[in-house]
Design a protein around this ligand. Sequence first.
Ligand code: ATP
Ligand code: MG
Length: 575
Amino acid sequence: MYRFDNILILHQQILVFMENETKNQLNFIEEIIEGELKTGKYETIITRFPPEPNGYLHIGHAKSICLNFGLKNKFKGKCNLRFDDTNPTKEEMEYVESIKKDVEWLGFEWDNLCFASDYFEQLYLWAIELIKKGKAYVDEQTPEQISEQRTNPRSKGIESPYRNRPFEESLDLFERMKNGEFETGSMVLRAKVDMDSPNMHMRDPIMYRILKQSHHRTGDKWCIYPMYDYAHGQSDYIEGITHSICTLEFEVHRPLYDWFLDQIITGVYRPRQIEFARLNLTYTVMSKRKLLELVKGNYVNGWDDPRMPTISGLRRRGYTPESIRNFAERIGVAKRENTIDVSLLEYCIREDLNFKANRVLVVIDPIKLIITNYPENQTETLEAVNNPEKEEAGKRTLSFSKELYIERDDFMEEPPKKYFRLSPGNEVRLRYAYFVKCTDVVKDINGNITEIHCTYDPETKGGKSNDGRKVKGTIHWVNAQDAIPIELRLYDRLFKEAFPDDLPEEKDYKEGLNPDSLKTITALAEASLKHAKPEEKFQFERKGYFVVDYDSTPQKPIFNRIVELRDSWSKISNK
Ligand code: ATP
Ligand code: MG
């Protein structure tokens, strides 16, 4: 795994880094805020999380949510959830609902639920004031002409022939734009800023465009829509936002953010834009456009496919809100772009589930084991510990009888050295049960093993011997009498490439998809899993963490693999 243009941060590095850090150290944004609260610049702070409702939220958004709502919690301030719904062509109510659900699920509460579309009237009135002050004008050129005249940062821009038209003309045209008299794309309202600025965003940016498109909230009331740069800061101002936190690519927009605010600010209060590094993660893509393409092209089964980096996908995969919040805390808030190795996210869910998930026995690739000296028709119950990390999780019973299933790869006819599992003549412990010793095997005509025969030592109940005899291996099993078949969806990383966004230009990121990211198999589980409910999580001992899928029914239980117990990818990719 390598990368040139960006730093890759591996989870081991972060953990070492965390250990060296004193806990509760402030990140750079918290430091700024603490300073401002001390000097009395603000009494309370207000932040906002401003998604555009044009897709489902992903783990990158989770970082921004944890940051913005985290500031609210830390400094006893407020945080708004604001839908940045200024582009009706890509936005839908379905996305609004999913975003609300995801923020709540992550464990945060917004103070105000806001929509930029609620400010359309105010934004329109402010635009009229700008026109009257000679700071905005209607341009009738094509978007191509406008873009050409901006030239490049090293040359001066070319002024539009409409730049200095009388403001009355612009006022009249702008009103008629609003009334629907002109076609989509025929004219725009531009701010008159600076056509020679080295910052291209300042070269008379577009404030409004005509879009004859119904909006998911305002219907057909408007056919002109404000652009992000104009709408965002003014919306912050309307809501009294003190700290408007966004990702680094908006740093170059900041002078414009401030310029628009300069036009309306009358008192001392002014929202402040602060940028931080967005989250990039290995083995996935994060742009909503690409995620939408994966959904629409059926590369995955919807936005909440357990392989997706979306919050709904992670939820279905079995991630907990705590694990995602801990992940966000660990990666911190940086000023420089970097990429975090996805194994850190996986570490965070393992760490959380180690304490939360009950252990169960499931055999994924079964082979029959017969205990030849165990009484026919006898069934006994054995005690099993639900979670050794959590005493209050208690105990359960397992049934045990003559015929069991064990994992095919827990037996080897001709074992190499240091193979401590079952092999002819070797003794192992059956988890929570007895010591068993392999006596012989039964094979079919092709020479494949179909049954393993063992004897058991009745004196070793509970997995301990009275004579001090030790066994090195412990294997899991299920009782053939009452084991239930369950469907397992074995998920792996969606991309086989660590940096699917960085493939050579002639390649599409989709070429980096992992063809083996989902395998569906049937396994045999201990009977207690019959009653498991969707979203319930378990550790299948020695195999990994699993969650009950929403598609699961008592007749056909379905489990998704959340993560294996150990990181098997780092082994593969270091080869
Ligand atoms: P797109 O993929 O369409 O560019 P977006 O990721 O910018 O969309 P928005 O809905 O505009 O999506 O984002 C809402 C907020 O989440 C913004 O403040 C944005 O800066 C933040 N955000 C988006 N992606 C990330 C990320 N990868 N890391 C951290 N914050 C992010
Ligand atoms: Mg965006």
